[in-house]
Design a protein around this ligand. Structure first.
Ligand code: GAR
Length: 196
């Protein structure tokens, strides 16, 4: 039986695409059963459509109250009966009720070597800008379980790269994304095969 994977996104969805492709080519023993975005204009929603995957928008506009938004998220995910929930560029901090509802089933991909450049305020391009500004020799990506704090859960896989001398935040983002796409699939496999 294929495992059921739900993916939460906020933007372009290249990590979502990597998960869809890995499922379709059977590199992962699972299927993406639903996508949720907190942004109505996220390009990742189009990626879900392209693969006939149902998607939902649960945003600040349709659920301005945070508690109601969390309830809607929980309800929507419960209906998908997921074995695994993947935060793939989902840029909203989740409430403890949400984490408790799906404990040990939620993983997140983060574009830095956690614990560096992680936690509140570090997301997306902001991470790469900070790494370049600090003159770091290394950066990378981390997949970890989600607990009730930001970017603190158990690390599943982390992979690093050397920051080039002429690196820009944009070039770093691109190189880190390549790592993300790879370690996200490896981490999903570990979780679905109960190897973590
Ligand atoms: C990725 O780099 C992901 O690591 C990051 O957002 C990007 C989403 O790209 N997530 C965070 O910063 C979470 N704190 P994508 O939409 O192309 O997958």
């Amino acid at each position: 039986m294929l495992k059921r994977i739900a993916v939460l996104i906020s933007g372009g969805g290249t990590n979502l695409q990597a998960v869809i492709d890995a499922c379709e080519s059977k590199r992962v023993p699972g299927q993406v059963v639903g996508v949720i975005s907190n942004k109505a204009d996220a390009y990742g929603l189009k990626r879900a459509d392209n693969h006939l995957i149902s998607s939902h928008v649960i945003s600040r506009s349709n659920y301005p109250d945070k508690k109601e938004r969390t309830k809607a998220l929980i309800k929507s995910l419960e209906s998908m009966k997921p074995d695994l929930i993947v935060l793939a560029g989902f840029l909203e901090i989740l409430q403890p009720e949400f984490i408790r509802a799906f404990s040990d089933k939620i993983i997140n991909i983060h574009p830095s070597l956690i614990p560096k450049y992680a936690g509140k305020g570090y997301y997306g391009m902001k991470v790469h800008e900070a790494v370049i500004k600090a003159g770091e020799a290394f950066s990378g990506a981390t997949v970890h379980f989600v607990d009730e704090h930001v970017d603190t859960g158990q690390i599943i896989i982390q992979e690093s790269l050397r920051v080039a001398s002429d690196e820009t935040p944009e070039s770093l983002q691109k190189r880190v994304l390549n790592i993300e796409h790879k370690i996200l699939i490896e981490s999903i496999n570990k979780c679905l095969r109960s190897e973590v």
